[in-house]
Every structure is written in C-alpha cells, then in structure tokens.
Design a protein around this ligand. Sequence first.
Ligand SMILES: [Zn+2]
Length: 125
Amino acid sequence: MARKRKLDIKKYKKRLEQQRQELRQELRALEDQTSGRDRLSKQVATEDFDEAGGDAAADAVVRSQNLVIIENLRDMVDSVNEALRMIEKGTYGVCEVCGKNIPKKRLQALPYATMCTDCRARTGR
Ligand SMILES: [Zn+2]
C-alpha cells in the first residue's frame, strides 16, 4: 500500500468542480451546434438542390467530428465525477488499479486522473 501523503484535497475538489462545469457548458454548446447544423442542412436541401449535396456532406463531416468530441467530453465528465467520488471516499490521488500514489505533477496537470501513468498506459484508457 502507498504511504499516506498530504494532498490539498480542497484545492483539487474545487478545480474538479470547476472543470466539470466547463465541460458541461462545452458539451451543451456542441450539442446545440450539432443539432442546429442538422436543421440548417435540411433547409439548404429544400432551397437549393444542386449545392445541397456538398453542404450536406461537409455538415456530416463536422457533425461526426462533433460527435467524437462530444463523446470525449462525456468520458472526461465521467472521469471528473469518478475523481470527485474518490475525494468523498478519501482515496483521491491513489491509483485505482495498483494502489500507488499518483504523482502530484500528474494530478496538477490532470486533476481527474484516477490511474497512475503506468496503469493508464497498460489499460490504454
Ligand atoms: Zn497504477
């Protein structure tokens, strides 16, 4: 088991909560944009048949890119939630796979990290 160490949990918790809020805002904006583009391309299709093909294709590309970003953002929200749960349980900052302390430097860069670099690389997440 890893040695207990002093982490400024309050600071990380605040950062995580802030990050979750930002992620949710970003998600909402992207979701709006993605569904908004849908309406737009339908409108174009009825107004101008010749150009609709190209625009619809470009829209489809943007939409599928947005969907990938949306999925990534959802994963990040999940990770942030998980990290906040770990704070509640008092296990924050400890790798959930091997039980070693996650280096402070990593937590500062990625406050929602729930695994150490080694385990993350091994699980491919
Ligand atoms: Zn680990």
